[in-house]
Design a protein around this ligand. Structure first.
Ligand code: FAD
Ligand code: DLZ
Ligand code: SF4
Length: 507
């Protein structure tokens, strides 16, 4: 009996569990561009264009591979506007007996799918997403009975499970983690790597036109559009990264430079999350560079840890804790997201740079997300829900399963320390150490208080003081609070007053 197999926009791989379970002679694959997915948050234009083009290319690939694909474009007059509507239309049209889908990455859609079977009067089978190393049960088993969930211990399990960078049951190099070597500031030079860019083909050009017409008022620049949109192009991007940037990936992982948006990062998250690259295959490919002596251990281990450690870990937390997780607000922060997160119009050079490149590229690297835009929002007391929605909208790699724990947990500490042991709060000094932003800033990073002072400086103490009841008991903050307590009353008042003045003007 004929089945429909729904393939979502971030499931673009032939290895997908639903495709593995399907019969290419009998079954029909359904793919649909729908307004609901493009607007449940108003995604960056580049992100929508990337996904629609990648979806259209993948549909072509499937057809050439012998599959029947029912592909609904956004501008088709019959388009119902939602995935539920599209599957209902297709079920009727093709007289299907059942629906199969690989589990979606977001709780929202997973929850909606629970109602599909009743609505359609057909069985709907939801298969596990086998693109991950840890299944939901694996993670739940690991988490069971632990007071704290720490990435480092989970990561070691993933190293053992995959055998990546292992010598028997021991980590290569005698240590699991070389992060201490990965904190060097960078200097710009003429030979900085650039991520592989691709010229839009006819399919992409059609999509760009459609996105400009239909989503022209969404955040972000549509052009120049240089993302890869096929598995082959994503492979090329991987090889470019390996050749140009991987050897220094570790050393400069935390660095930031005004005129270097990509530094030694891979710019692969959008491809991995959409299915164009397989995460484990990427790690194995990168591991061969270490064995061939072309990349040092701190780079290769650091890269592998981001993928089999952090990426898997945040997904585990997401499915373990949703749906309540999205509503957490440990500090009870209520401020609206400042306007400059949309316009980049601010005198703070670090925020301006991070937001401008976000607008133009739908990309910022990890330390910009964590220590610039994230850190500022937490210090200023912005409502974590607004912060979360911003991150989900503006980055080409953003889906809730990976974005939410990173934003709400790691960057805003809104889960009260489930994901991290202390808030990533930092004053201007950290940004100055890791970047060149402060040279071109109107504010003075060395100045602690007053009109000219870097706003991060008073905001840092204001954050700690106003949340003292929640944070003073944290052993990792003991030293910081001792420093605060040792200051004169006058100095403390000066900090708090400077921060209040800044916050009063912040809209
Ligand atoms: P690289 O620095 O080259 O890292 C290599 C790969 O490791 C990435 O491609 C990615 O697949 C993985 N990775 C690295 N760090 C993480 C992490 N913390 N969590 C999960 N995977 C990681 N990543 C997303 O993929 N989608 C998001 O929506 C997202 N939102 C974030 C929001 C905040 C507030 C923060 C602090 C981080 C977020 N991250 C997110 C994690 C990280 O910033 C991005 O994965 C990374 O910047 C992507 O760029 P890259 O491919 O050049 O990464
Ligand atoms: C993000 C996105 C967008 C913008 N558009 C579509 C779409 O039109 N059709 C589709 O199947 N998927 C789209 N996606 C990806 C989904 O939002 C994603 O599959 C879910 O959020 C689950 O991760
Ligand atoms: Fe950012 Fe402060 Fe440096 Fe300006 S001085 S760039 S606001 S850290």
């Amino acid at each position: 009996q004929r089945r429909l197999v729904l393939i979502l926009g971030d499931q673009l791989t032939p290895a997908l569990s639903s495709l593995q379970a399907a019969d290419r002679q009998r079954d029909i694959l359904v793919m649909a561009e729908v307004v609901e997915e493009a607007t449940y948050v108003r995604h960056h234009k580049k992100k929508i264009a990337f996904l629609f083009s990648a979806m259209r290319h993948f549909a072509e690939h499937l057809r050439s591979d012998g599959w029947t694909v029912d592909y609904q474009t956004l501008d088709d007059p019959d388009n119902s506007g939602s995935l539920g509507g599209e599957i209902a239309r297709a079920a009727k049209q093709h007289d299907a007996a059942a629906v199969t889908v690989t589990e979606p990455g977001e709780w929202r859609l997973r929850d909606a799918m629970e109602g599909w079977s009743d609505a359609l009067g057909l069985p709907v089978e939801i298969l596990p997403d086998t693109r991950f190393i840890a299944s939901h049960d694996d993670f739940a088993d690991w988490a069971e009975g632990r007071k704290q969930l720490r990435m480092e211990f989970f990561y070691r399990e993933m190293r053992r499970k995959t055998g990546l960078l292992m010598e028997g049951d021991q980590p290569i190099g005698g240590k699991w983690n070389f992060d201490a070597e990965n904190r060097k500031p960078a200097k710009s030079d003429l030979f900085m790597p650039q991520p592989a860019g691709f010229k839009p083909d006819k399919i992409t050009k059609d999509v760009l036109k459609l996105v400009a017409e239909r989503f022209g008022d969404h955040f972000g620049e549509l052009g120049p559009f240089w993302f890869g949109v096929t598995a082959a192009q994503a492979e090329e991007a991987l090889e470019t990264f390996i050749e140009q940037a991987l050897p220094k990936f570790g050393d400069f992982q935390d660095a930031m430079l005004t005129d270097q948006r990509f530094l030694y990062h891979s710019i692969l998250s959008l491809y991995i999350n959409a299915g164009l690259l397989d995460p484990l295959a990427v790690c194995r490919r990168v591991e061969t560079e270490y064995h061939a002596g072309r990349a040092p251990l701190n780079a290769v281990e650091g890269f592998v840890r981001q993928i089999i450690g952090w990426r898997e870990f945040v997904r585990g937390i997401y499915w373990l804790k949703m749906p309540d997780y999205a509503g957490e607000n440990f500090f009870n922060a209520k401020r609206a997201l400042p306007d400059f997160y949309w316009t980049a119009e601010t005198d703070m050079a670090c925020l301006r740079a991070a937001i401008m490149q976000t607008r133009e590229e739908a990309y910022a690297h990890h330390i910009q997300r964590l220590m610039v835009t994230g850190n500022f929002a937490m210090l200023a007391g912005v409502d974590p829900k607004e912060v979360h929605e911003w991150y989900l909208m503006v980055y080409a790699d953003a889906y809730e399963w990976v974005e939410l724990p990173n934003t709400l947990g790691m960057s805003q500490f809104a889960d009260g320390g489930l994901l991290g042991s202390k808030p990533y709060a930092a004053s201007g000094n950290y940004i100055n150490k890791m970047s060149d932003y402060c040279h071109s800033c109107r504010y003075k990073v060395q100045q602690k208080t007053g009109e000219e002072a870097c706003p991060f400086n008073p905001l840092y103490w204001h954050f700690l003081e106003r949340n003292g009841d929640k944070l003073r008991g944290n052993p990792r903050l003991g030293q910081v609070y001792r420093t605060w307590d040792r200051m004169s009353d006058e100095k403390r008042a000066d900090y708090l007053d400077s921060a209040d003045r800044f916050l009063e003007k912040l809209v």
